[in-house]
Design a protein around this ligand. Sequence first.
Ligand SMILES: Cc1cc2nc3c(=O)[nH]c(=O)nc-3n(C[C@H](O)[C@H](O)[C@H](O)COP(=O)(O)O)c2cc1C
Length: 167
Amino acid sequence: MVVTNRELIQKMGDTVKAKTELMASWPEAEQFGENVARWRKTSDFFRGAPVCIAVLMGRYSSVADQILRARGETDAVAREIRSSRETGKSSLQSAAAAITYICLFLHYLGMGSTWMAGPLQAKREIEALLTVPPDWDLVGLIPVGYAAETPATRPRKPLQEVIQFFR
Ligand SMILES: Cc1cc2nc3c(=O)[nH]c(=O)nc-3n(C[C@H](O)[C@H](O)[C@H](O)COP(=O)(O)O)c2cc1C
């Protein structure tokens, strides 16, 4: 869903900000000091973007999913398989791939974007604002605009830190 309505983007920002303020008010937040202060300033920064893409995930059910569901909760092996598959949920992987391509394509077109999962703290409220159908889930927001600055490329981790070979 592509939102260009400024008022709607502001309302989405309000719901995220409200959740941030709620969580920041909890005594459990105190130990995170400066980080909470920074988060309170940035969690709804997408409200400054002229366009906000809401990425939705459909409820895909593969043959394996259907077999496991039919097998029920009582079979321990089926339960373990279901839990393992849930961790790497293919529908979420598909949505992540879509977000990657959207961000890359926007960059190609000369626009800036940010991959945001933080706004999911107000998932229910944003879904209500966008009238998301009940069998779809909001999984991310991508604010889009022309970048105000071009930050320097950040250094990358050395390959040996992120790849493990089994030779
Ligand atoms: C799954 C995912 C979720 C993210 N969620 C947020 C977010 O909610 N807010 C945010 O400011 N950045 C978020 N980011 C980070 C930015 O989208 C972006 O990747 C990052 O700013 C890239 O720049 P950097 O790594 O050089 O800082 C997320 C990134 C990923 C991959």
